[in-house]
Design a protein around this ligand. Structure first.
Ligand code: TMP
Length: 212
């Protein structure tokens, strides 16, 4: 079932997740909810240090299993210091990426396989799954063009090849298809306001506690 007040946004590069998280957090706050926004890899001091190892440098710098383990190490820090304490306080938590990214990027695109990721997921995440995941879907060409306009050296994954990014898109759509109770696919080709409306419609339906 997952944690009702835990929402994650997922998708490929340049889908506009950070803008949408800002808009969603604003709307939830206006509706009277306390909201924590966070991100992966990152969201806690140790996790941000691990992030640096993952998002910079040569594309092939890690053996695939090391890379998945680093994402899960960062995730455990994030859960322990940020996500679980916030949920225990009764706050809403909106995370820019979570374990579906590891399944799509490391499990599928980097070919580690679902079993490896699912075993780590059971050990690290356990029952602390989001009850709602918004998958922002767009053509990788559109996303990479948008992401390319951003500054900074955190582009290790963006530098992976086109086939990698096409595989990712399908991987996220498959995750949504296999878990329709939790996942809602949002068309992220639309403009910012239209995407925000689609997200708000999904979240509003989810706010009603009688649904759970
Ligand atoms: P961001 O650009 O959305 O902040 O995410 C950083 C990068 O990390 C992004 O390219 C996706 C990648 N990533 C993984 O490969 N596996 C994961 O488990 C997570 C959380 C992110």
């Amino acid at each position: 079932m997952g944690r009702r007040r835990f929402i994650t946004l997922e998708g490929g590069e340049g889908a506009g997740k950070s803008t949408q998280i800002r808009l969603l957090a604003q709307r939830l706050s206006e509706a009277g909810h306390r909201v924590v926004t966070t991100r992966e890899p990152g969201g806690a001091p140790g996790a941000e240090a691990i992030r640096e190892l993952l998002v910079t440098g040569e594309t092939g710098r890690w053996a695939p299993k090391t890379e998945a383990l680093l994402h899960f190490a960062a995730r455990e820090e994030h859960l322990a210091w940020t996500v679980r304490p916030a949920l225990e306080r009764g706050d809403w938590v909106i995370s820019d990426r979570f374990v579906d990214s590891t399944m799509a990027y490391q499990g599928v695109a980097q070919k580690l396989g679902a079993e490896f990721i699912n075993e780590l997921k059971a050990l690290v995440v356990g029952d602390d799954m989001p009850a709602l995941t918004l998958i922002l879907d767009l053509a990788p060409e559109t996303g990479l063009a948008r992401a390319g306009r951003r500054a900074g050296g955190e582009d290790r994954y963006e530098r992976m090849d086109k086939a990698f990014h096409r595989t990712l898109r399908q991987a996220f759509l498959d995750i949504a298809k296999n878990d329709p109770q939790r996942c809602v696919v949002i068309d992220a080709e639309k403009d910012e306001a239209a995407v925000a409306e689609a997200i708000w419609t999904a979240v509003r339906g989810h706010l009603d506690p009688d649904r759970h």
